[in-house]
Each structure stands twice: as structure tokens, then as C-alpha cells.
Design a protein around this ligand. Structure first.
Ligand code: S3P
Length: 176
């Protein structure tokens, strides 16, 4: 299936970059449904992401993410899709994302993530000691991957959601 056949907007980026919040705003402005892969997986399994990591492990969760994308490829109407921060790590997922539509990378600084996610208990990869170090090290590993598949890159630090939504919609309309 070629990219022309899939008009979706897919939001990628590190945990805490604002994918879910921007997803809600874009969905409202475009009148398109919003799908969040984490929520899809939680609903299907009737478990939280942390419980899935705890019981089945990260690899099983990544497999579930791939299945989500395959299911989404079968949907015809355009939608806004927010994906988990680690989903683009798998090459198979990067290919599927490319087929699904316009990939928007929400770039964020590690400091911003640390402030936003201070006290968060829902991200298993940041649980335990020294979450700041984990953020920095994961971000180092991932930034290049996010950039490599992005059709649009938007910086999100110190900006409000409407401002970011405006930029995404303008860049998309301009064919970026
Ligand atoms: C993860 C990000 C999370 C969730 C899981 C793993 C990651 O989603 O999928 O905890 O590997 O970065 P958010 O990016 O929505 O926090």
C-alpha cells in the first residue's frame, strides 16, 4: 500500500513530549478520530502498560505495538494516531509508520521531560532510581531514530498545544 492511500497523522516522540495532548487537539480541530496505541493495547489486554511489561516483558509489548499498526493500516478513514515512545525502535514498525501517513516527530528536551514526568508511575522504563539518567540515555539512543522517519519535526518545549497544532497543520498543508 502506498503512502498516498493513507492520510493519517502519526505522532511520534519521547515519553512526555505531548503526543497524547496534541493528539486530542488535532483530533478536535480536524474532526478525525484519535487512536492511541498504548490505550489500544491496554483495552485489548485489560491491563495497564506497566502490568503488561511486568507480566510479559518489553518484547511482548513491542510485538503488540506491531499488531496495533497492522490493524490501523486496515482502517480507511483518516485519523490522528499517537504511538508509544518506543514503538519506532522496531524496524518493522518504522516501515508500517511510513505506510500509515504523515509522521510527525514532537521533539522535546530531556529537561522538559524530567519536569513533566516527575512523580509519574505509569512508565515502566523510567521506574526505579535515577529516572533523569534513564531519560537522557534513552533519548540519546532514540533521537536519531525519530528523526530518520519524520516527515515533519516540531520542537515542543515551552510552547502551548494550539501553537504546536498550528505548526503541524501548516507544515502538513505545505506538503512537508
Ligand atoms: C514507552 C513509552 C510509553 C509506553 C511504554 C513504553 C517507551 O508511551 O508505550 O511505557 O518505550 O518509550 P508514551 O510515549 O505515550 O509515554
Amino acid at each position: 500500500m502506498s503512502k498516498d492511500m493513507n492520510n493519517n497523522i502519526i505522532l511520534i516522540g519521547f515519553m512526555g513530549c505531548g503526543k497524547s495532548s496534541l493528539g486530542v487537539r488535532l483530533s478536535y480541530r480536524l474532526r478525525w478520530p484519535l487512536t492511541d496505541t498504548d490505550k489500544m493495547i491496554e483495552r485489548r489486554n485489560r491491563m495497564t502498560v506497566s502490568e503488561i511489561f511486568g507480566r510479559y516483558g518489553e518484547e511482548a509489548f513491542r510485538q503488540m505495538e506491531t499488531q496495533c499498526l497492522e490493524r490501523l493500516l486496515g482502517r480507511k478513514d483518516p485519523q490522528v494516531i499517537a504511538v508509544g515512545g518506543g514503538l519506532p525502535l522496531r524496524e518493522a514498525n518504522r516501515e508500517l509508520l511510513g505506510k500509515l501517513g504523515t509522521v510527525v516527530y514532537l521533539r522535546v528536551k530531556a529537561e522538559t521531560v524530567c519536569v513533566r514526568l516527575a512523580g509519574d508511575t505509569t512508565r515502566p522504563l523510567l521506574s526505579g532510581d535515577r529516572p533523569e539518567e534513564k531519560v537522557r540515555s534513552l533519548m540519546r539512543e532514540r533521537s536519531g531514530i525519530y528523526e530518520s522517519i519524520a516527515d515533519i519535526i516540531v520542537d515542543t518545549d515551552d510552547r502551548n498545544i494550539d501553537d504546536i497544532a498550528d505548526e503541524v497543520l501548516e507544515l502538513r498543508a505545505a506538503g512537508n
